[in-house]
Design a protein around this ligand. Structure first.
Ligand code: GDP
Length: 181
């Protein structure tokens, strides 16, 4: 089955987003404590694709050596996954663009792994501020990329962006069905 990976810095709101997308609150537990999601979890959605919950990266309080372990873990995941269609890189819309996120996107690009960006916690900003933020982010991306990747603006607490993300995944899935038929 096609797979979609969700990844981002610790505390970016990944568990909350996964809860929103899956509407199965008992499965992906949220927590206010950064760095809690550490294992790779798979969720089967609509019996036709897998949502893969990858460990958060860039957690300031973990040691250099455990960062290495994380990196290896994540690298291994991306090295092995033949089913992976797209990675969703989560970015907290309240924070200035983080080098670690940009580096990670760069890394995905270098390895030919398609990705989209999911901006999280949009409820924290006014619409105009969201617009400004996204424009600034795009400008930074254009320093290294020829094209802007797909992006989504979401809020798990206000239930924003859920359908956009799910419809995008459905579209990719049906394109794959067409190709395999
Ligand atoms: P994870 O570490 O990336 O899995 O992040 P969590 O989903 O556990 O969320 C981290 C913190 O951000 C928690 O305190 C959440 O309540 C908060 N949070 C997550 N999503 C949202 C959102 O859409 N809006 C707001 N305002 N807070 C959020």
């Amino acid at each position: 089955l096609p797979e979609y990976a969700f990844i981002g810095r610790s505390n970016v709101g990944k568990s909350s987003l996964i809860n929103m997308l899956t509407s199965r609150k008992s499965l992906a537990k949220t927590s206010g404590r950064p760095g809690k999601t550490q294992l790779i979890n798979h969720f089967l959605i609509n019996k036709n694709w897998h949502l893969v919950d990858l460990p958060g990266y860039g957690y300031a309080r973990v040691s250099k050596s455990s960062k290495k372990v994380f990196q290896k873990f994540i690298t291994q995941y991306f090295g092995l996954r033949e089913q992976l269609v797209t990675a969703f890189v989560l970015v907290d819309i309240r924070h200035t663009p983080q080098p670690i996120d940009l580096e990670f996107m760069q890394w995905l690009g270098e390895h030919g792994i398609p990705f989209s960006i999911i901006f999280t916690k949009a409820d924290k900003l006014k619409p105009k501020a969201i617009e400004n933020y996204v424009e600034a982010y795009k400008a930074i991306l254009l320093e290294t990329w020829e094209e802007i990747p797909n992006y989504f603006i979401t809020s798990s607490s206000k239930d924003i962006g859920k359908e956009d993300v799910l419809e995008y995944i459905d579209t990719l899935n049906s394109n794959m069905d067409l190709r395999s038929n």
